[in-house]
Ligand binder design. Structure first.
Ligand code: SF4
Length: 346
């Protein structure tokens, strides 16, 4: 039997030791209610169970090692060491009124090579395990932070890593993290089989599609995945996703000055998203200001404020629902792959 996470491993150990069912809940409560991060300190358990857990899983519940934490006003970014000497990162965003949102990594590096993306310059090192993904959140939880919402917008393409589905099971399991499905957002560049599986297994989880250009040829240049899963095929799949789940789909669009922020681009986005059918009001565009870094090409820059406003007004005039995302954390490189870029020698 293949055990896919430490939580399954704990259950397996308890079964082997012929323990009653409530033991697992006691351990889960120790971690998720009392924020206890060492098996030895779970004194509600008989000593021999604690010893068995330590023997199989190590002393600490958390298996990631935080290497650097950078914090500014509303953003806290952590670089973790993972097995094999690599690094991954997670970001906590704190909104007014105390809402805490997390942006976590699903892969170490990424193999898709989007030209504006810092993670793309690293290449794919490997898929993260379900434990490595969920431990990014466990770290914040054990440090007393609340977990309100989570998005897979850190390093990597979430739907290219099959472990994402075990991860979602753990995050939504009421005995473990207990996050509501609607508080989780999976972001994708348009991996069609992954979108299908997500709709089937986690229809209530939010889906964001990274568009970044409404024109096929330009999108293929910016995002080579477009050659494999072209824009129109992805949009048809998203239509189906909305019809099957009744949920909104978010369209992420990073504005790159002089590249994809012209009036023609705004009009073409509107044309893509209109006249799709009675469900088209469930598309919502999120415009994202670009964060340049040391490792992304110098040719990409953030769009000027006036341009962004014009872009927004064109989309609005065509009846497109749209939000301009606040840009948090530019001073600490809070965008995917950026902290890694600065610290890979550490
Ligand atoms: S934008 Fe996403 S899919 Fe593209 S290279 Fe970066 S991490 Fe990978």
């Amino acid at each position: 039997m293949k055990l896919t996470s430490k939580y399954e491993m704990i259950q397996h150990i308890l079964t082997e030791m012929k323990q009653p069912a409530y033991r697992f809940q006691q351990i889960a409560d120790a971690i998720f209610k009392q924020r206890i991060g060492e098996y030895e300190r779970m004194t509600i358990l008989p000593k021999r169970i604690r010893q068995e857990l330590i023997k199989n899983l190590g002393e600490h519940v958390l298996n990631l090692t935080p290497v650097i934490q950078k914090t500014s006003n509303q953003v806290s970014k952590v670089l973790f060491a993972i097995e094999g000497g690599e690094r991954i990162e997670a970001v906590q965003l704190s909104y007014e009124r105390g809402w805490k949102s997390y942006c976590i990594s699903s892969q170490c590096g990424c193999g898709y090579g989007c030209s504006f993306c810092a993670t793309g310059t690293i290449g794919l090192k490997r898929n993260l395990t379900a434990d490595e993904i969920t431990d990014q959140l466990l770290y914040f939880h054990l440090n007393g932070q609340t977990l309100d919402s989570v998005s897979f917008m850190g390093m990597g393409e979430a739907l290219a890593n099959p472990n994402i589905f075990d991860t979602l099971k753990i995050l939504t399991d009421p005995r473990i993290f207990g996050l509501g499905h609607r508080r989780i957002t999976v972001s994708t560049i348009g991996i069609l089989p992954g979108i299908d599986r997500l709709a089937k297994e986690f229809p209530q989880v939010n889906l964001t599609f990274s568009l970044h250009s409404p024109f096929d040829d330009q999108r293929s240049e910016l995002m080579p995945i477009n050659n494999r899963f072209p824009l129109n095929d992805v949009l048809n799949k998203l239509d189906q996703h909305i019809r099957d789940t009744g949920r909104k789909v978010y369209i992420a669009y990073i504005l790159l000055r002089g590249e994809n922020d012209s009036n023609e681009h705004a009009e073409a986005i509107a044309a893509l998203l209109k006249h799709r059918g009675p469900w088209e009001h469930l598309y919502h565009v999120n415009l994202i200001p670009y964060n340049s870094t040391d490792v992304t090409p110098e040719s990409f820059h953030r769009s000027d404020k006036d341009r962004v406003q014009k872009f927004v007004s064109i989309l609005k005039s065509k009846g497109i629902k749209i939000t301009v995302r606040t840009q948090f954390g530019t001073e600490i490189d809070a965008a995917c792959g950026q902290l890694y870029g600065h610290n890979k020698q550490i």
